[in-house]
Design a protein around this ligand. Structure first.
Ligand SMILES: Nc1ncnc2c1ncn2[C@@H]1O[C@H](COP(=O)(O)OP(=O)(O)OP(=O)(O)O)[C@@H](O)[C@H]1O
Ligand SMILES: [Mg+2]
Length: 741
């Protein structure tokens, strides 16, 4: 693409002429002579980019010209090139399917229940069209199917379950192409709270604009977008969240829209972009959308209760009621439509409010909205016959239209593949894997650097636990009691890592939604997300491990000196690594914080139970043995045990100490010594008060820690960490298609 743009700039120097049919947008004015048509099959984006690349190569001869200048609207002077039509869309779901998180509204009258009451028809024969340069608004009461219709148009409903057709310039669009040429702005704003508006847009530019576009051009695009969205005054402000003051709701909405339109999509879908905004902010948002539409895009959005000023910006409307169309056409057609239906709109009344109220009344009446639906159908037929004289609706084939649109500077995404990639493939991602990882890591690092309290909380938890453990297990001695206490310290200490990792669950979950939104439109690969997540998550773990090891190792008086400390630190780090991997993986599978906590706490308790501390391996029933080997706590626990008790020269039970914890322990010392003497006589070995009865390795044997070496245990723990991250990757791959069934 940059090759293309460079060429264009060059061409401009040669032929700075303008033509009337040209379109200005984003300050980038490109004049292009359309190519001849060939073939009518739906082309791949790769082919299209290639064509544009070719066009650029012969720019001089062809008269392609680029001019940098202020954006102006000239859409009306150019022949229409995109037309999105949808006919008879029908979408039903089985009522038995549970989707508690998708939509909480299950009002039985809100959408048409199927005859048997088991299937629910969310869309029932919806037809209409959206044109380039125009805004199509979907209106209706809550639960009427607005979001569903937008999902259907944006190919976010599985093909098999959606009946009817969605066509762009008369051609069916496959999901991949739709993904590349369109953007979908969701109802909620999911943004990194600690990035500024400008940074947020810049990161989005780095994800979605091709690598070949220079940094300064990306910056220019961001600046342009900031102006286009009216965000100049807020550019340096952080987005903010509940705990931090940030930009206003309307500004946040516009940032959300901005990150999705950074690559200048041909079709823009928005689910209620104005909800929750006051009428001025809503008007500004729609004004921006109008400008985007006029720059050569199709805008489809759903809207709740638009103000009359806002209606002035809409070009086309579809009113839905229980999944059926009750009106479809221009806003100024409403008065005639309703007066012919027998309910003329009183003067000075907000037309859409009147319409929505009337629909609500009809819904409550015994006949329902059927008369209106039928009336609309006949109205549409009349309208069609009236307009029959018009020239064919889609003057250009899809392939030509997209090519022309790209050459005007639209759709900057994925253009890297334009020359190299195999002709049949759609260039799916704008950047290679490593760049994505670097940008993602940079973004996550910036965000977490500005949220030091998150790390502070984890560090606090680790330090407090370390402090409590250090004081309770202060300077343990090498007596039988000391051995018991050491075991207790290790068991509780090694599960601390896993429990403190659970703190990160809500943060991960919040990020997951951002991730889902971004990957829904191929901003980056899932694998690069997993890698950057791992890279950014690691340094804090090192700090946490050092703090925990330093607070406890010397205070408890663990064995091994500097080497022992170093191993202790490594195994603590490995546990943090495995634990955070485990929690990350869980955040990819469970979608609710409370559910996540419950699962983490329960599983960690089982891990501890089966670690070998409460019950030795040889005492665990055979049918539970597998869980012992799965237990994440087992490996670090055994590793620190071996670190502590590996030394043969260390003695933990001497002479009469062996009577501790037995009934003989209560006897006076002299009596114990004579019992010892009697025992040596009958056993034939000499036992005195200083004879070592149990060395370190004996303790290990008693605990059944015999199978692995301490380094093996370290390796296994590290491997668990990797394993969970791979599982995390698969959970993302399978779990976040962003699509309805
Ligand atoms: N999986 C499902 N199973 C059953 N009903 C569903 C399912 N998904 C959506 N619905 C129902 O479909 C209807 C249309 O939902 P949709 O989200 O499209 O409404 P909407 O018009 O966007 O509403 P709002 O304005 O409140 O966003 C609702 O009544 C909803 O309860
Ligand atoms: Mg909705």
């Amino acid at each position: 693409m940059s090759r293309f743009i460079d060429k264009l700039t060059f061409a401009r120097a040669n032929s700075p002429m303008e033509e009337p049919e040209d379109i200005a947008r984003n300050g980038l004015l490109i004049h292009h002579h359309r190519h001849g048509r060939d073939g009518t099959h739906s082309p791949t984006l790769g082919q299209l980019f290639k064509r544009v690349g070719d066009a650029a190569a012969s720019a001089d001869a062809d008269g392609v010209d680029l001019e940098l200048g202020p954006a102006s609207s000239a859409a009306s002077s150019r022949p229409l090139s995109f037309l999105l039509t949808f006919t008879d869309l029908v979408y039903s779901v089985k009522n038995t399917s549970r989707r508690p998180f998708r939509c909480a509204r299950t009002d039985p009258v809100a959408a048409g229940a199927g005859a048997d009451g088991r299937t629910k028809t969310l869309l029932d024969g919806v037809s209409g069209e959206a044109r380039e340069g125009e805004i199509l608004a979907v209106l209706g009461a809550s639960g009427s199917g607005k979001s569903t219709l937008i999902d259907a148009l944006a190919s976010r409903i599985a093909r098999e379950s959606l009946q009817g057709s969605v066509r762009l310039n008369g051609e069916a669009v496959d999901r991949k192409l739709m993904k590349s040429i369109s953007a979908y702005v969701m109802q909620d704003d999911l943004l990194y709270p600690m990035l500024t508006v400008e940074e947020t847009l810049m990161f989005s530019a780095e994800f979605r604009l091709p690598r070949t576009l220079s940094k300064s051009k990306k910056k220019a695009r961001v600046q342009q977008l900031i102006d286009q969205l009216g965000l100049r005054r807020a550019a340096g402000t952080i987005i903010g969240d509940e705990g931090h003051r940030g930009v206003s709701g309307g500004e946040r909405r516009r940032v959300s829209i901005g990150i999705d339109i950074i690559h200048d999509p041909i079709i823009l879908f928005l689910d209620e972009p104005t909800s929750g905004l006051d009428s001025t902010s809503a008007f500004m948002v729609v004004k921006v959308l109008q400008r985007i539409a006029q720059s050569g895009s199709i805008v489809v959005m759903s809207v709740h209760q638009p103000s009359s000023r806002l209606i002035g910006l809409l070009d086309r409307m579809i009113f839905l009621s229980r999944g059926q169309t009750v009106y479809s056409g221009r806003p100024d057609g409403l008065p005639l439509f309703f007066s012919e239906f027998g309910h003329p709109i009183p003067e000075n009344e907000n037309r859409t409010e009147f319409a929505l109220d009337l629909i609500r009344e009809l819904e409550a009446s015994p006949t329902g909205t059927k008369p209106l639906v039928d009336f609309n159908r006949s109205w549409q037929t009349v309208k069609l016959s009236r307009h029959n004289a018009l020239p064919p609706k889609s003057p250009t084939t899809l392939k030509d239209a997209i090519s022309a649109s790209i050459s005007r500077g639209k759709l900057v995404s994925g253009a890297t593949d334009g020359s190299g990639g195999p002709a049949g493939s759609v260039p799916t991602f704008a950047n290679p894997f490593w760049i994505e990882t670097a940008v993602l890591s940079r973004r996550a690092a910036t965000n977490s650097r500005r949220l030091p309290e998150l790390f502070g909380m984890r560090l606090g938890a680790v330090l407090v636990t370390g402090f409590i453990l250090a004081t309770i297990f202060w300077r343990l001695d090498n007596s039988p009691k000391g051995v018991q206490e050491r075991l207790g310290f290790f068991a509780i200490g090694m599960s601390t890592m896993f429990y403190t990792c659970a703190d990160a669950l809500p943060v991960f979950l919040q990020e997951r939604y951002i991730f889902m939104r971004e990957t829904a439109y191929n901003a980056y690969r899932r694998s690069s997300y997993v890698l950057s997540n791992t890279i950014i998550g690691f340094p804090p773990l090192v700090f946490l491990s050092i703090s925990f090891a330093a607070t406890t190792f010397f205070a408890v008086g663990l064995a091994g000196g500097a080497q022992g400390f170093f191993f202790f630190f490594l195994i603590v780090l490995a546990s943090f690594w495995a634990g955070s991997g485990f929690v990350t993986f869980l955040s990819g599978v469970v979608s609710h914080v409370m559910l996540g906590y419950t699962v983490v706490v329960a599983i960690l308790a089982y891990f501890l139970l089966f670690s070998g501390f409460f019950i030795n391996r040889d005492r665990i029933p055979d049918y539970w043995l597998w869980f012992h080997y799965l237990s994440l706590v087992k490996y670090p626990y055994e590793a620190v045990m071996m670190n502590e008790f590996g030394d043969e020269s260390k003695c933990f039970v001497r002479g009469t100490q062996m009577f501790e914890n037995t009934p003989l322990g209560a006897l006076p010392e002299a009596l114990k010594l004579s019992v010892l003497k009697a025992m040596s006589g009958s056993l034939g070995v000499s036992l005195t008060s200083t004879t070592c009865v149990t060395t370190g390795p004996d303790v290990l044997k008693q605990q059944g820690i015999t199978q692995l070496s301490k380094w093996d245990c370290l390796m296994v723990t590290v491997a668990w960490g990797f394993f969970f991250r791979v599982l995390f990757y698969f959970s993302l791959l399978l779990g976040s298609k962003g699509k309805r069934r």
